[in-house]
Write a protein that binds this ligand. Structure first.
Ligand code: NAD
Ligand code: MG
Length: 390
């Protein structure tokens, strides 16, 4: 029996993970499940798998969670400290699927156990890649990528040496607006940005896919995870989302990974690694697909992508500023206070402003400094919003 925990269990990645676990319940002992406002789902899953503990991110929902778990013997807890405590409970495999920078502290706590962290929470690598990688190395923990592109790269690298890699190409569907005229993007609404042509995901990453902020995060994730240079990372628009990534080697060979757009593939690979087990994902019929399309990302259409390369050139804590500003700008877009294209503008301004104020953004990469930068960035976005309103 493997002891497993799932952080962000009630979300899209979390529920896909649970779907796989449910197919072989005798193989797993569930330690901790975490969620947010969906207390009913969290309690239902905690009961089904007889988890040791269930944690909601929100302290004001603790009583409700307690009531939903009454009589089961399952512990109920709430808040960010409780998440860190739960991530420190011994487990063999821990899924990090909280959305946003909030996933960083539980992820670090999980790594300190020296076990395996399946990392869907790309934001933590963007904010604090070196800190995560060094913590894993120091405690003998392993990080397995769960983002589909990074899982694809990881699989293409099995048996290969990273020194022989010339370039890594991650594909992008182009999101909801890939075929929209540029001038219409300004007035794109939340509803329009919330439907993805190929993938079924949480709302925030779906909007980030439309703006390419998701791909921007993934470019940085590639650098941090695989230790390649920014110049080695390319983005290729591939509307069908069947080729997830390609790795180019110094002899010119390209190894690619293809699969149906179903996150259970990447999750299952991380769950069963280093083995491969049968997964309930559709098998590709390439004869039926007929053609695979590729094109270069249109210059000017995706300012977020350009920002990702700026952030990598700046280094230090600028990833934390970038991600914090982007998350806060997205909050304002979701609330209807900010336009679709303004998200990239505001993020770019905040990056420049915080760098100018601080003189540099290269303080030591500790959890405290990362959190401070994240907070500064969010407050800088709010100040801009207030100025605009006033
Ligand atoms: P989601 O919104 O569906 O679920 C997010 C989960 O995090 C929920 O359980 C929610 O309760 C919890 N959560 C939200 N805010 C929190 C906070 N402040 N503190 C603690 N918990 C909180 O998101 P998702 O689509 O499942 O994405 C999860 C992560 O996986 C993200 O980092 C995303 O970028 C990454 N990812 C998702 C997909 C996908 O297909 N959905 C693909 C690749 C990577
Ligand atoms: Mg991805």
């Amino acid at each position: 029996m493997r002891r497993i925990s799932i952080f962000g269990a009630t979300g899209s990645i979390g529920q896909n993970t649970i779907d796989l676990v449910r197919r072989d319940p005798a193989a797993y002992e569930v330690v901790a499940l975490s969620g947010g406002h969906n207390i009913a789902q969290l309690a239902k899953d905690a009961r089904e798998f007889r988890a040791e503990t269930a944690i909601t991110a929100h302290e004001d929902r603790l009583e409700e969670l307690r009531a939903a778990l009454a009589g089961t013997g399952i512990e109920a807890a709430a808040g960010s400290q409780a998440l860190i405590e739960a991530a420190s409970r011994p487990a063999d495999w821990i899924m990090s699927a909280i959305v946003g920078a909030a996933g960083l502290a539980p992820g670090l706590a999980a790594l300190k156990q020296g076990s395996t962290l399946a990392l869907a929470n790309k934001e933590s690598l963007v904010c604090a890649g070196p800190l995560l990688m060094q913590t894993a190395a120091r405690y003998g923990a392993r990080i397995l990528p769960v983002d589909s592109e990074h899982s694809a790269v990881f699989q293409a690298l099995v048996g290969e040496r990273i020194e022989e890699v010339e370039r890594i190409i991650i594909t992008a569907s182009g999101g909801a607006f890939r075929d929209w005229p540029l001038e219409d993007l300004k007035s794109a609404t939340l509803a329009q940005a919330s439907s993805h042509p190929n993938w079924d995901m949480g709302q925030r990453i779906t909007v980030d896919s439309a703006s390419m902020f998701n791909k921007a995060l993934e470019v940085i994730e590639t650098k941090e995870f695989f230790g390649v240079t920014p110049e080695q990372i390319e983005v290729l628009v591939h509307p069908q989302s069947l080729v997830h990534a390609l790795v180019g080697f110094r002899d010119g060979a390209l190894m690619s990974h293809l699969g149906a757009p179903d996150m259970r593939h990447a999750i299952g690979y991380a769950l069963h690694w280093p083995d491969r087990k049968s997964l309930p994902v559709a098998r590709l019929d390439l004869a039926a697909v007929g053609q695979l399309e590729f094109r270069a990302p249109e210059q000017g259409r995706y300012p977020a992508l350009r920002l990702a390369y700026d952030v990598m050139a700046r280094g230090g804590l600028s990833g934390a500023v970038f991600n914090g500003a982007k998350e806060r700008a997205l909050d304002h877009f979701i609330a209807g206070r900010l336009g679709f294209l303004d998200m990239a503008d505001v993020t770019e301004d905040v990056l420049a402003q915080i760098e100018a104020d601080a003189g540099h953004i290269d303080d030591a990469m500790t959890l405290e400094n990362v959190s401070r930068m994240d907070d500064l960035a969010r407050r800088a976005v709010d100040r801009r919003m207030a100025e605009k309103a006033g």
